[in-house]
Design a protein around this ligand. Sequence first.
Ligand code: F6R
Length: 249
Amino acid sequence: MRIYKTKDYDEMSRVAANIISAQIILKPESMLGLATGSSPIGVYEQLVKWYEKGDLDFSNVTTVNLDEYKGLPKENEQSYYYFMHEHLFDKVNINVENTYLPDGMNLDSEAEATRYEALVKSLGIVDLQLLGLGRNGHIGFNEPGDIFEKATHCVTLKESTIDANKRFFDSIDDVPKQAYSMGIGTILRSKKLLVVVSGEEKAQALKDSICGEVTPQVPGSILQFHNDVTIVADEAALSLVPEEYLSQK
Ligand code: F6R
């Protein structure tokens, strides 16, 4: 596990964007796993800037997203489909036919989970999966629980997640109660994992993920079992992680 400590969100975003950019330059037909939420917005902004300068070409890139709210149509501004188009897909030369997210409007949970898991598998191995970390330690929408869910599944969101995400909605009642998410097994199949974490409110979850016991109560702790993880986090997020962990390889 490599841990890069940055001074703030902007530096975190640039470092992570550099890693993604290197991935695309070295392998133009990369398959990227993508995340939404506030953590990766700066990363996408930086990638868009480099694309506009002519330094990045997304034309051969394929993407699969971690998750999507169940019941939100694509045109809803809070859907992850909308987010990805707003922050990345509509601003670069990616072929949108090569971008995939769970279908939030398929209300048949089992059918959608099975379809998306099979789709992701059929596309091959994700070269680099970008992840954020929830305040409660979730990755994707794999919430704390008794088991690590292996495959894509329909999740009933925890109150803590609904509370954390209410800032994006007019009211807490508008936050969907369920979502589709890649499972822990789906995420761990990726060759590389790149985790971006910013802010003091993530410090405990990040400490538990890096230094704590590996347990489904802290889904991010499973990162300790993957052999190619890079965490890019700012000082505030890393404030509870002892110094000796920062230099481990
Ligand atoms: C989003 C996702 C979530 C977020 C996490 C952190 O696709 O899978 O795990 O990464 O909830 O969200 P932010 O970045 O908004 O703090």
